[in-house]
Design a protein around this ligand. Sequence first.
Ligand code: SAM
Length: 279
Amino acid sequence: MSLKNKATLFLVATPIGNLNEMTTRAVDVLKNVQVIACEDTRNTLKLLTHFDIHTRMISYHNFNEEESSEGIIKLMEEGKDVALVSDAGYPLLSDPGYHLVNRVIEEDYNIVTVSGPNAALNALVASGLKTNHYLFYGFLNAKSAKARKELEELRYFPYTLIFYEAPHRIEKTLKLCLEVLGERRACLARELTKLHEEYHRGNLSELCELSDLKGEMVLLIEGYEKEEEEIDQEELFKEIGELIEEGHKTKEAVGQIAKEHGLSKNALYNDYLKHNNKE
Ligand code: SAM
């Protein structure tokens, strides 16, 4: 790793439930930095105690991001390496840290990521929904009218959608998703990496029937699928026939109609010949 001879901010992912998922690298980094900036010192203390880490902690949360970023930059000016952790998973992903990372980039200090668990990705790979392209949305707005607007903007998005949601809002959110996005395949992944990890896979309307959902959860919904245009073969043959009547050669006419409808020229040509032989 080529780092500048300056202080480093380590972005350290921590377990989302199962402490065995703490990496040895994460433990080493948290032991060796001078300061750990965390969301909730009481929460992080439990993690540090479990791994026998005694590094000094300072708090860094959403409502004091700007102020505490400046405090952290001062520590880095003194040459101190800092690790940023959140309560679970990656910092910055639906968690604080964005402001700090940008300040550290501005001040040209090093930034290093220490990999680890993330609820969205765990849920995605087990969901059975498409993984080649996806959108991590995080939390929808807590106000229904705003959440509805957000969903309306996502309605025609063609890739798997990933949302975080709180248990007390999930039933309402599922109903809203069904209303705005329409029936789609979906998956609700609960309590990942924990004792009661479970996946509810089905259509949105089936997930809407679930009740008493507790714990931490990720909601994944399949992206918008364009309905294949129903093409009437008789209509295609008629269009080809009209072009031939106008003086085009059969192959030319088939080629033009295939292009217009986004079809395979060879397949259409064969179908057209078969159709004409039948007549
Ligand atoms: N930074 C975290 C990450 O990288 O996954 C996410 C933090 S966000 C404040 C917390 C939300 O993540 C929860 O409300 C839930 O939607 C999701 N989450 C976190 N841990 C989870 C788990 N073990 N199982 C399911 N969802 C989880």
